[in-house]
Design a protein around this ligand. Sequence first.
Ligand code: NAP
Ligand code: ZN
Ligand code: ZN
Length: 351
Amino acid sequence: MNTFSVKAFGTEAPEADLKQLTIERREVSDRDVEIDIIFCGVCHSDLHTARNEWHGTVYPNVPGHEIVGRITKIGKGVSKFKVGDIAAVGCMVDSCRECEQCKKGSEQYCEKGNIQTYNGHDKHLNKQTFGGYSERIVVEEDFVLRVPENLDLAATAPLLCAGVTTWSPLKHWNVGPGTRVGVVGIGGLGHMGVKLAKAMGAYVVVITTSSSKVADAQRLGADEVILSTDEAQMKANVNTLNFVLDCVSAQHNINDYLALLKVDGTLALVGAPEHPLPVAAFSLIPTRRSFAGSTIGSIAETQEMLDFCGKHNITSDIELINIQDINTAYERLLKGDVKYRFVIDMASLKR
Ligand code: NAP
Ligand code: ZN
Ligand code: ZN
């Protein structure tokens, strides 16, 4: 298979900084589109993977799965896109397409494992996939999304992971008018969870460890804010929520958050800390609570979420950075020092 070289930013070892690398992309085949990447969001999963916190990272690793760009080339069998279109790519670039989950349009739960945009197995080149911290990407059109024309492109990039990862569980657990939803951890995912749950009509309660985010939470759409480091505030809110979306990237006592659920309530984890989170039996038994998880969202859900955001004028709150500042951005992400998503201006890689 013919390939071409592109500039990228990635890492060669768990402890190493990200630096400029050269990677190979395949030339477009029949159903592929080639995208010149304009913006790429910085997800905490990029950091977990670059540093091998979930184990199984194959090096070199080029992160980035919140990709927005312009189509520069299409294969002759491509029907949904044309050269010059703005297009987006999220966390997956392929799946088996044959299993029960793929057939019903839940490719993210592909029984053989979806093919992630980075650190997945690229069946075309028989090596690891490389993500959006790069000049260009080649993806089969079925895994490429349309971007509503009214949205700011840089602020749209985070919707491709942070948006759909919060949208999918909010829809799955029927969040809407009459539901009291808690969103824990107001980073990239959490702040999108707040905006989306509010637009879906829910009563939204932000639960944060950061006093600096209390005032901001209302602007994002919160009806109430709980500062989780204040024991009295947490106690006062026991048994009050129908659903909790946990977007926390680090170790935390999950039992404190399960306690906020009413009888039959569900806490869904989307945050993926490196180590297990011990659950006390009595956090669940006396109240028939459920402890659940959810991964990203399907291609159809991603498009549905993008269209919803277009209609409701919802984007991410971002801080635009140059790719050369990515290592500092990771350090700031670890401190919770971002309101609320770093987005890389990919023009900086070309300079
Ligand atoms: P992020 O921007 O770094 O936000 C994480 C937030 O967690 C922080 O802003 C902070 O919010 C809170 N937090 C951090 N340390 C904490 C601690 N020790 N105790 C309590 N809260 C703490 O990260 P992100 O990009 O939104 O990603 C969040 C997590 O979701 C990551 O683990 C990421 O890998 C995972 N993720 C999962 C999926 C999926 O498919 N399930 C998809 C994307 C990302 P406050 O300041 O408000 O407390
Ligand atoms: Zn992500
Ligand atoms: Zn499948």
